[in-house]
Write a protein that binds this ligand. Sequence first.
Ligand code: GLC
Length: 569
Amino acid sequence: MEHSHTADWWKKSTVYQVYPKSFKDTTGSGEGDIRGLIEKLDYLQGLGIDIIWLQPVYVSPQNDNGYDVADYCEINPEYGTMADFDELAAEVRRRNMHLMLDIVVNHSSTEHRWFQEAKQSRNNPYRDYYIWKDPAPGGGVPNNWQSKFGGPAWQYDEATGQYFLTLFDKTQADLNWENPAVREEVVKLMTFWAEKGVSGFRLDVINLISKDQNFPDDDGSARPGDGRKFYTDGPRVHEYMKELNRRIFKPYNLVTVGEMSSTSLENCILYSNPEQNELSMTFNFHHLKVDYPNGQKWELMPYDFEQLKSLLSRWQTGMQEGCGWNALFFNNHDQPRALSRFTDDSEYRVESAKLLATTLHGLQGTPYVFQGEEIGLPNPKWNGIEEMRDVESHNIYRILQEQGKSPEEAFNIIRERSRDNSRTPMLWDSTPNAGFTSGTPWIKVDERYPEINVERQLHDPDSVYHHYKKLIGLRKKHQILIDGTFVRLDEAHPQVFAYSRVKGQEAVVVVSNFSKEQTVFQFADAFAEEWLEAGPAELLAGNTKQVPPLWKEMALSPFASYMWLIRRK
Ligand code: GLC
């Protein structure tokens, strides 16, 4: 394989995340499919993408859009056939790109054969594939853990008189990793896909697989997610990662990224430091909780800019010092669009989209672009809960009202926070349904598609698309963007995030004004002397027509953002 000559070729890569249901429909079903992705491979190659993270396309009842897997080694008919998949894999390889599959093994669907067996009887050979507990003394759930999607994390099975654990939807039963037979199955299914020639895996909520075997009550007040300290980065998780690394990741030279829910820097260093032999890199979500008052997703608050900067900076420095590796991202299918959340998605939409891109791609790590991000797609404008599709949104809508909120209040929270915000279809062109489908789309298409679409942006050199393409190219050209040391420069400026990457005689400087107001930014004396006065600065990327000179004091227009390269003489 083209890039695989070095062990860490993926450090220079950019990953593109495809949400297949909303990417491109070729059958008129209203849902995207694998052939739709094949059609768009040239587009992704043109953007400079190296790795495509394909979200779950396995057989699934789709209660959680494919994260509820009923057969790990078959393709869901809505998405196509195994022949389509094989063709996709071959077409990706032919373009010297790589395919990364989403592996969901914290839980399976209750429709999976293993679970269907397990619930037959307490002594079924598959019983121990899942986590079963007797009711608490006196009846009721075994402990007070809460599902991440709201409500108790336990489901009662009448026939056998026990509860089974479901940390997500009630049809997503947690697998019992303590059971070596489960780990064998995981190795088997991963081998199946590795043998098909995929280059890597994204591992869904992989840091939740090892539970405290005492299953203690949480002393919190039973809010969504409670209980998490008893299974997050749990007792045996690193042992399990090392086992997978030894048996699959290393032998097949795979790139792996773990989705780490509520994790810590210390653990992410362990997961991704190459000497630990676990994963290539990790996603963490701390920087995407800066608008959660007291960590509560379902309460609104303007985001805390200083916290956003400190968290990004802390993870930059911490992972660098610990020899770990960050997966860099502002968007994914579980998050509202960062453009609407942290910047301005109307008047300054284009500037904002470019600012977020420049800020992210200058950091150390492997950047992930979530479909639509590269054309500056904002959150849709929702008219009511009935337009939403996500099981979590509907659960929480009900729960918020049970807690006393009016339907309007509940909806106002959900329209901001719903995962559906990022799941609306890709906007390809200005034909009906944005060229996504000839049928009825499964979820609404953003009505701004005549203005915001891929085709228009391909032809506009100043578009968000071309900005992304440039940034993706820069990381291939400038080694400093891969291994330069991160230094934060803005000292708590209320509007500006500024940092540099430093390596030998070179420095990259990134300055971004995250506000609608014009502002002035001043570099510290020492930095100005050491770098600004030391050599000529080359503008690598920017988002305004007029670019201010890189000097000690700079005036920045609303949402202005620049990346410069300085070479010391
Ligand atoms: C991850 C996925 C999310 C899914 C959950 C349960 O967080 O990204 O979409 O609902 O895991 O599998």
